[in-house]
Ligand binder design. Structure first.
Ligand code: KIV
Length: 302
C-alpha cells in the first residue's frame, strides 16, 4: 500500500468513525504465492532436479512476507514452541498451539503449501486420537503434516503415517536429529556418524518412503550420508544440516533472519542481521520520542 492509499484508508476510517488508534500502522499486504507446490509435485521436482526451498513460519505477518517470495513451501514447525514461546525444547508444543500458528500462517499466505508439525507423542495412541490430531492441523489450514521418526509396531510413527496417508493426508517424514527425541539422544548432536546408525537411517528412510511419505526432512547428518540418502530415495530429501547433495533445504526463519538469540547451529546461514536492525530501529524510536522528533507534521492529524 503506498502512502496516498494509506491516507485514503485513514480518511475513510476517520469518516466512518472507526477507532484509528486500534488499526495496524500499515495495511495487510495482498498475499499471493508465486510458486505454490503440491504434495505430488515434490517428487516431480526431484525428478527434474530442481531443489525445493522451505522455511519455517509461525505467524501471520511473516507468512504474508514469505507469500510474496518464491519460497516453495512453509513449515509450521514445532520449533515454534522454542522460537515463539521461549521453551527449551519442542516437547511442550501441543496440537492447539500448532493449530493456532497454522491458522495464522494460512491467513498470511492463503495460497502457500503449508506443512504442520504433529507435536510430541501425538502419533502414539488410538487411531481415533491420531486422526483427530491430524484433522485439527489440516482444518486449521495445513496441506500436509510432518511426523518425526520411523518407529515400527504399536504406537510407532510408521503405523500413524500409513493411516494418515490412506486417509488422504500427505505426510512429510523427519529423520536424523529429530528434536522430539532430544532426551534419548542426550542433546542436539549430529546423527548417523557410526556405521550402524548410518545404515539404520537409510533403512528408516526406505520405510518412510514405503509408508507413503511425499518427502523427508533430514536433520543434522554428515554431508555424504545426506547425499547418499537423496540418491537412494525416490522422494525428495529436504536437508537441514545435511549438506548440499540433498533435494532441498529448510531453515528456521528466525535463524536465517538473524533473530535467534544466542548461538545458532553450524548449518545456519544468516541472511540478515535482523536482531541488530530491530535493536537500532527501537533505539532510534526511543531517541525520537525523547527529542520530540516523532511524530512530525506528516505523521499527525490536522
Ligand atoms: O520444527 C521445525 O522447525 C523442524 C525443522 C527444524 C525441520 O522440524
Amino acid at each position: 500500500m503506498n502512502s496516498s492509499e494509506l491516507q485514503n484508508r485513514d480518511a475513510k476510517q476517520e469518516s466512518s468513525g472507526s477507532p484509528v488508534s486500534n488499526l495496524p500502522a500499515s495495511g495487510a499486504p495482498a498475499a499471493r504465492h508465486r510458486s505454490r507446490i503440491t504434495a505430488p509435485e515434490f517428487i516431480s521436482r526431484k525428478q527434474k532436479n530442481i531443489p525445493i526451498s522451505m522455511v519455517t513460519c509461525y505467524d501471520y505477518w511473516s507468512a504474508s512476507i514469505i507469500a510474496e517470495t518464491d519460497i516453495d513451501c512453509i513449515l509450521v514447525g514445532d520449533s515454534g514452541a522454542m522460537v515463539m514461546h521461549g521453551y527449551a525444547s519442542t516437547l511442550p508444543a501441543t496440537v492447539d498451539m500448532m493449530a493456532l500458528h497454522i491458522a495464522a500462517v494460512r491467513r498470511g499466505a492463503p495460497q502457500a503449501f503449508v506443512i504442520g508439525d504433529m507435536p510430541f507423542m501425538t502419533e502414539v495412541g488410538s487411531i481415533d486420537s491420531i486422526v483427530s490430531h491430524a484433522r485439527t492441523l489440516m482444518q486449521a489450514g495445513a496441506n500436509a503434516v510432518k511426523l518425526e521418526g520411523a518407529v515400527e509396531g504399536y504406537g510407532g510413527s510408521l503405523a500413524a503415517i500409513e493411516l494418515l496417508v490412506r486417509s488422504g493426508v500427505p505426510v512429510m517424514g523427519h529423520l536424523g536429529l529429530t528434536p522430539q527425541s532430544v532426551n534419548s539422544f542426550g542433546g542436539y548432536r549430529v546423527q548417523g556418524r557410526a556405521g550402524d546408525a548410518r545404515e539404520k537411517l537409510i533403512e528408516d528412510a526406505r520405510r518412510l518412503e514405503e509408508a507413503g511419505c511425499f518427502a523427508i526432512v533430514l536433520e543434522c547428518v554428515p554431508e555424504e550420508l545426506g547425499s547418499e540418502m537423496a540418491e537412494k530415495l525416490t522422494v525428495p530429501v529436504i536437508g537441514i544440516g545435511a549438506g548440499s547433495g540433498v533435494d532441498g533445504q529448510v531453515l528456521v526463519l528466525h535463524d536465517l533472519l538473524g533473530l535467534t538469540p544466542g548461538k545458532t547451529p553450524r548449518f545456519v546461514r544468516k541472511y540478515l542481521d535482523g536482531a541488530a536492525l530491530m535493536h537500532e530501529a527501537l533505539e532510534n524510536f526511543h531517541k525520537d520520542i525523547l527529542t520530540r522528533a516523532f511524530p512530525d507534521e506528516a505523521e499527525s492529524y490536522t
